[in-house]
Design a protein around this ligand. Structure first.
Ligand SMILES: Nc1nc2c(c(=O)[nH]1)N[C@H]1C(S)=C(S)[C@@H](COP(=O)(O)OP(=O)(O)OC[C@H]3O[C@@H](n4cnc5c(=O)[nH]c(N)nc54)[C@H](O)[C@@H]3O)O[C@H]1N2
Ligand SMILES: Nc1nc2c(c(=O)[nH]1)N[C@H]1C(S)=C(S)[C@@H](COP(=O)(O)OP(=O)(O)OC[C@H]3O[C@@H](n4cnc5c(=O)[nH]c(N)nc54)[C@H](O)[C@@H]3O)O[C@H]1N2
Ligand code: SF4
Ligand SMILES: [Mo]
Length: 898
């Protein structure tokens, strides 16, 4: 073995930007990652999550062996059982009594095999995916307008645009590398403009020229008004509309007149802001509208999509350099899942389940015995069917529905009573696993091989560079094995992912001849060696000789029967009236450093240091009216369920709205699963839930005492009314609260008494007998085993300072007393809430540097290194420098306030 690391070119497993990653394995087995400078999605950049990938590869919490009824089993036992139970259910109750619920995070080959088995061999279309919660409204909107699910543009368009409009997208946190490409382009061409349309002021807004803080779910009114405005100021591309579209007049009529005052009233915006936005769009041919979950996740999501598409069709700004609508995908393979037909209403290779010719074509190609004839159940409906017994066996793969579907407690109940639940997982720290009759250990990122497609239709390889740990196997393998055991050996006899991919490519070309957008026929005969050498490419790629055009629709050519795009006449609906009992609108979404249900990103304390506790962001006026102080605990409740989270009081929220992140699960908090609160209301066209709009009640959650602890060992049981746990360097940090039964000392000892530490001799304590308060630290030699702080109100101890103590020896009595005082010593200043997770630079560090003259982003980078690695924190540093965001500083370190 040489001393040089072995480098593998692969793709990041998180967001839909689809960054290329170089994974470097040292001869000693250790792995490090960096951005692939040659990958056309990121050209070497990685965000905070991508940069921390190597820290998430440990086998802690990995599911390594198959389990049946919670007990270890062999693969043969597990697979036989799955095949038998599915077969029996189909025999007795028909093919629609079984279902697959899969994910935009499995690879194209896994996805293709799952879809083939369900739709072609089981003969039901009851396969749906978490993309229903994510991209379904975009898919439906695309298909209504274009006749196909096509994203017309490319990432380069974002750099070439003169105006970028971000609608319902927190790009700085959710597609950070794409956002950095925009920032770089804006620096190079300062005339470029950025507009953000979002009911909250997000980190993305820090770079915006205009932020439209609209009322939730009023986007259709805004974009209908824009269509009317474009018409009134003659910005319509008459030629494009005449040659390539139909339905313009009707859409315009439905949009109504452009009365700025009425639109301002409907959207809650200032009339001059609406007018400014409209005139910016009207005069800028190179306009890109990027949209994401603030658009898709709505009961009017598909209409929002079409209202946006209408404005681009009307101006002919589509598929041209720097111009077009751009629906960005969330998951690494959200786009790939759409290609293989993972949604319950689609067929493979962008063919349609409702089209008899397509069904025939696919059936012939697959030589399949039993094609599904009608669309299957969409995610929310699927779990309803599980709950009411229509579905009796379900296989869940690569998604955690007990935390991510709306009415999540209802989903848990459905799985509890479902006769047979299979879960394919990589992790054991997953709430859904508690309901599995059979748990199948899946190969994870770095161990598996296959394809993913990013937001700009670029297919890239994910490659393995690690051996398969334990008994783990790739998902396609488990599916194919079950298929074989169900009697479908010939259709599923794959030697590896390259064979599956070649078959899929062949299907995409079969009978295509330009009639379908998705054609990757160039790879129909791809060999394993060529598959392993494949470089990222954008589809379509019908033949190897023809690189095709990387954009769609500049000259029409839509995939409708007449080749014309369709304007869709949409009307804006007035927002539902809120009942008195539930007067607030709950909005949910993402934070910068966590990925969904945290099964991977929470493995590294670095990513937990940015925000380590679930929170509710609410407006100061609402907080005041409800008697909620910053850092209090609050309860957010709907008729479906409730969460208890920390209050983050900030004018970034608008009055009447509250935002709670989607990430927390029962693994990390007592009551942080926000989807238990979210209503299962869906868009009638796409079936996508309106995860951004649930009427809720909000109140202070009063507890008689509050606690904060740093602990070397993970606590074994946590039976407090409130708790939130996070890994910290060298241990864990814990926020908790409850009602006073136990004495403070007993409580502290209970938390600290783990392992063989002599509590009697090592415990230091300061107590206040008049109130429920005390500070306890447990020592073994000079090493701190843990410290517990209890108080009648949220504990005011610097979190970042305290977390550092686990790795700092305290040699003198003075050092130890300092810890009990709960205050940093003068020579060890408190870093404050972590802003830069790469270099662990806190808000106070930055404030100090600014006060000594480092007043720019570059100067902060030069003095503290903050923002100079992944760059994900640059927006926050800018806003700190601008002195705008004192509240946010508190929030990452929430309980420090007060
Ligand atoms: N850090 C991180 N990045 C991620 C992910 C992650 O888990 N963590 N997940 C990935 C996935 S799967 C996805 S789908 C994407 C999602 O990426 P985004 O869609 O950018 O993220 P969200 O936070 O879900 O929601 C975006 C914004 O929509 C706003 N919004 C709410 N209601 C409305 C409305 O009525 N109108 C408008 N215009 N806006 C509204 C919210 O306030 C929020 O700021 O992120 C991807 N990237
Ligand atoms: N309230 C609210 N709810 C939401 C959203 C929101 O904005 N608000 N967003 C929605 C959106 S857009 C999305 S995409 C979903 C995401 O929601 P989920 O898909 O439920 O979230 P993840 O945590 O990504 O779940 C992926 C699971 O797959 C496992 N896994 C990882 N790799 C593999 C693999 O290779 N094979 C297998 N078999 N398993 C693997 C992980 O450990 C994890 O448990 O959440 C949706 N839910
Ligand atoms: S932006 Fe970040 S999370 Fe998304 S693909 Fe790139 S490195 Fe991964
Ligand atoms: Mo998503």
């Amino acid at each position: 073995m040489t001393g040089t690391p072995e480098t593998t070119c692969t793709t990041c497993p998180y967001c839909g930007v689809g960054c290329g990653v170089l994974a470097m394995q040292e001869p000693d087995g250790s792995v490090s990652v960096k951005g692939d400078p040659d990958h056309p999605a990121n050209f070497g950049r990685l965000c905070s999550k991508g940069s921390a990938l190597a820290e998430t590869l440990s086998l802690d919490d990995r599911l390594l062996v198959p389990q049946v009824d919670g007990k270890q089993a062999s693969w043969d036992q597990a697979l036989d059982l799955v095949a038998e139970r599915f077969r029996a259910s189909i025999a007795e109750h028909g093919p629609d009594s079984v279902a697959f619920y899969v994910s935009g995070q499995i690879l194209t080959e896994d996805y293709y095999v799952a879809n083939k088995l369900m739709k072609g061999f089981i003969g039901s279309a009851n396969i749906d995916t978490n993309s229903r919660l994510c991209m379904a409204s975009s898919v439906a909107g695309h298909r209504r307008a274009f006749g196909s699910d096509t994203v017309p543009g490319t990432y380069e368009d974002l750099e070439q645009a003169d105006l970028i409009v971000l609608v319902g997208s927190n790009l700085a946190w959710c597609h950070p590398v794409l956002f950095q490409r925009i920032e770089a382009a804006k620096r190079a061409r300062p005339q470029m403009r950025l507009v953000v349309i979002d009911p909250r002021r997000t980190a993305t807004c820090e770079q915006a020229d205009l932020h439209l803080k609209l009322k939730p779910d009023t986007d259709v009114a805004l974009f209908n008004g824009l269509l009317a405005f474009l018409n009134e100021c003659s910005a319509i591309d008459e030629r494009y509309v005449g040659l390539h579209t139909s339905g313009f007049e009707e859409a315009l009529e439905k949009a109504g007149a452009c009365d700025i005052k009425t639109i301002a009233a409907a959207t809650g915006l200032a009339p001059q802001d609406v007018a400014l936005f409209y005139s910016m769009v009207a005069r800028t041919p190179k306009t890109i509208t990027v949209y994401s979950q603030g658009v898709n996740q709505s009961v009017v999501g598909t209409d929002k999509v079409n209202a946006i598409l209408n404005t681009h069709l009307a101006t002919g700004r589509i598929g041209k350099p720097g111009a077009g609508p751009f629906s960005v995908t969330g998951q690494p393979n959200a786009m790939g899942g759409r290609e293989v037909g993972g949604l319950a209403n689609m067929l493979a290779a962008h063919m349609e389940l409702g089209n008899a010719d397509h069904r025939q074509l696919v059936q012939t190609f697959w030589q399949s015995p039993a094609m599904a004839e009608k669309p299957g159940l969409k995610a929310v409906e699927m779990f309803r069917a599980v709950r009411d017994g229509r579905i009796k066996a379900i296989w869940i793969m690569g998604t955690n529905p007990v935390d991510s579907l709306p009415d999540a407690d209802g989903v848990a109940e459905a799985l509890r009573i479902c006769p047979f639940v299979v879960v394919s997982e990589v992790s054991t720290a997953v709430d859904t696993l508690a309901y599995a009759d059979v748990a199948l250990p899946a190969a994870a990122w770095g161990e598996k091989d296959g394809m993913v497609t990013n937001s700009e239709r670029r297919m890239s390889r994910q490659k393995s560079f690690l051996p398969l740990p334990g008994e783990t196997r790739p998902d396609w393998w488990a599916l194919a094995e079950v298929a074989k055991r169900m009697g479908h050996a010939s259709g599923f006899d794959y030697a590896g992912p390259s064979e599956i991919f070649a078959e899929f490519a062949q299907l995409s070309a079969t009978g295509n001849n330009g009639t379908r957008d998705f054609d990757i026929g160039a790879y129909s005969l791809v060999s394993e060696a060529a598959y392993n050498r494949m470089l990222p490419f954008q589809w379509p790629r019908a033949s190897a000789l023809d690189e095709g055009d990387s954009r769609f629709f500049a000259d029409g050519g839509f995939f409708t029967p007449d080749g014309r795009a369709r304007f869709i006449a949409v009307t804006s609906r007035a927002a539902p009236r809120l009942e008195r009992r539930y007067p607030f609108v709950l909005n949910t979404g993402r934070i910068r450093d966590q990925w969904h249900t945290m099964t991977r990103t929470a493995k590294t304390s670095r990513l937990m240091s940015h925000i380590g506790e679930p929170y509710a962001e609410l407006h100061p006026d609402d907080a005041e009216a409800l008697g909620i102080q910053p850092a209090d605990l609050v309860q957010v409740e709907s008729p479906y369920g409730k969460v208890i989270v920390r209050a983050l009081v900030s004018d970034r929220a608008q009055p009447g709205n509250v935002f709670v992140p989607m990430h927390w699960t029962d693994q990390f908090a007592a009551k942080g699963r926000v989807d238990a609160v979210v209503a299962p209301e869906v868009d009638p066209i796409s079936g996508q839930p309106g995860s951004k709009f649930t009427p809720v009640a909000l109140k202070k959650a009063a507890f008689s005492w509050h606690g904060f602890a740093i602990l070397k060992h993970k606590p074994i049981t946590l039976d407090f009314s409130y708790w939130a746990l996070a890994p910290a360097p060298g241990g864990w940090r814990l926020e908790f609260a409850g009602e006073g039964e136990q004495s403070p000392r007993d409580l502290a000892q209970g938390l600290l008494q783990i392992g063989d530490v002599d509590v009697e001799n090592g415990l230091m304590a300061v107590e206040d007998r008049d109130v429920y308060a005390g500070r306890y630290a447990l020592w073994q030699g000079s090493a701190l085993q843990g410290a517990v702080f209890l108080a009648p109100a949220p504990v005011a101890v610097s979190r970042q300072w305290a977390v550092g103590l686990l790795q700092q020896p305290a040699d003198t009595a003075k050092d130890r007393l300092g810890i009990l005082a709960g205050r940093p010593a003068a020579d060890r200043p408190d870093p404050g809430a972590i802003v830069c997770s790469c270099f662990q630079v806190g808000a106070n560090d930055i404030a100090r540097a600014v006060s000594t003259g480092a007043g720019t982003l570059d100067a902060i980078g030069a003095t503290l290194k903050a923002g100079t690695n992944c760059g994900s924190c640059r927006s926050e540093i800018c806003s700190l420098i601008a002195g705008l965001q004192e509240k946010e500083v508190d929030h990452a370190d929430i309980a420090q306030a007060g």
